[in-house]
Design a binder for this molecule. Structure first.
Ligand code: ADP
Length: 396
């Protein structure tokens, strides 16, 4: 069965058509600048990327263009829409309602709408994509796969904040965690690669991209993770501050005469390694700036790595040990210096990194030495494939 995976944002829409039998990506791409002017980037298999400027005032038109591209006589991969067996939608926030993926119907859509408050930038955009697909492919089953679902197994002691309980009762203010599809995919894959039983392992997954989070996985379940009510908590990220003393908000507000919206914008978009370095949120830029003697860029990298290390340390304590530590996403997959710096600080656990394996790119690999007491792995994440698998499992 071919499964269309859709990740719909407010002005962009990423898609992949995956053959669930072979798990091959038949075609993929992105619609950008929806509602502005419109551009579709389309790639058949491993072929050349085709970029077409095309007006797309609404998401419905964007999806229509995707479907046209998939059925195009020359570069298309299907002849008719009947060849799309199901659609899997990435949905950012499932609140406490959704602890797993679910077939979309009107009631589920209403449930997702009820979570809009918790992710006002993301959920409404995800829903627009869902409605657009529903209109264009009314007979095709659709599934919602939530970023938060994997973390719904966290115990209360991990997810509760030290706030008056009524805020949890009334508004469901608690830690939810994100990147769940990735943490789940990577931890399962690591267990497979190590040939160890997923259901009885202690793992720590470091998803380090522009957005970054760490997850403690015990016996196949998320028991703690670094992001919270929103993706702002936890690690120092590309442009997000991660954990800070909440009193800083009032302090800056008073010093600079700013309102809460401006401060949240600073914490989300002007902080992190970008804010510290003043150079870039892209770690490649930071590394080259640091290599050229830029001290603030070097400091930003050091601060980022130190926070990663501290979270790993705290999760080793929470898990009372660890069998495997996994690195994934843009930086986790591509930055051997980050991995070796972090792991060298864990040498007391008997962790030893194999230099040669640590320099390999683009494949699932164990980068610790055979004698290392804790296994360390790099597992390239594949959230689209994970969404396609979840979708298939529900519609089969
Ligand atoms: P997101 O999905 O959150 O946008 P990604 O997982 O795509 O993020 O990761 C993007 C980050 O990965 C960027 O900051 C980029 O600098 C970093 N990255 C990608 N390749 C490398 C590399 N070779 N060395 C260091 N960092 C890299």
């Amino acid at each position: 069965m071919n499964i269309l995976v859709v990740n719909c944002g407010s002005s962009s829409l990423k898609f992949q058509l995956i053959d669930s039998n072979t798990e091959e990506v038949l075609a993929k791409g992105i619609c950008e600048r929806i509602g502005i002017d419109g551009r579709i980037v389309y790639q058949k298999g491993e072929g050349e990327k085709e970029v077409t400027d095309s007006p797309m005032p609404t998401h419905k038109q964007a999806i229509q263009l995707v479907l046209n591209a998939l059925m195009n006589e020359k570069s298309g991969v299907i002849k008719s829409l009947d060849e799309v067996g199901a659609v899997g939608h990435r949905v950012v926030h499932g609140g406490e309602k959704f602890a797993s993926s679910i077939i979309l119907n009107n009631e589920v859509i209403k449930g997702i709408e009820e979570c809009n408050d918790l992710a006002p930038l993301h959920n409404p955009a995800n829903l627009i994509g869902i409605h657009a697909c529903k209109e264009l492919m009314p007979g095709t089953p659709m599934v919602a796969v939530f970023d938060t679902a994997f973390h719904q197994t966290m115990p209360e002691k991990s997810y509760m904040y030290g706030l008056p309980y009524k805020y949890y009762d009334e508004y469901k203010i608690r830690r939810y965690g994100f990147h769940g599809t990735s943490h789940s995919y990577v931890s399962k894959k690591a267990a497979e690669l190590l040939n160890q039983p997923y259901e009885s392992m202690k793992m720590i997954v470091c998803h380090l991209g522009n957005g970054a989070s760490i997850c403690a996985v015990e016996n196949g379940k998320s028991v703690d993770t670094s992001m919270g009510l929103t993706p702002l908590e936890g690690l120092v990220m590309g442009t997000r501050s991660g954990d800070i003393d909440p009193a800083i908000i009032e302090f800056i507000a008073q010093k600079e005469g700013l309102d809460i919206t401006s401060i949240m914008n600073i914490l989300n978009k002007e902080s992190g390694v970008y804010g510290i370095s003043g150079v870039s949120s892209d770690f490649r830029d930071l590394e080259s700036a640091a290599a050229n003697g830029d001290e603030r860029a070097a400091r930003a990298l050091e601060i980022f790595r130190y926070r990663v290390l501290k979270y790993i340390g705290s999760y080793i304590a929470a898990l009372n040990g660890v069998d495997a530590i996994c690195f994934t996403a843009g930086l986790g997959e591509n930055d051997p210096v980050l991995r070796s710096t972090v792991c060298n600080n864990l040498a007391y656990l008997g962790i030893e990194i194999d230099k040669e394996a640590n320099s390999v790119r683009g494949k699932d690999i164990v980068i610790s030495t055979p004698d290392s007491k804790v296994k360390v792995l790099v597992i390239p994440t594949n959230e689209e494939l994970a969404i396609a698998r979840e979708t298939l499992a529900l519609v089969k």
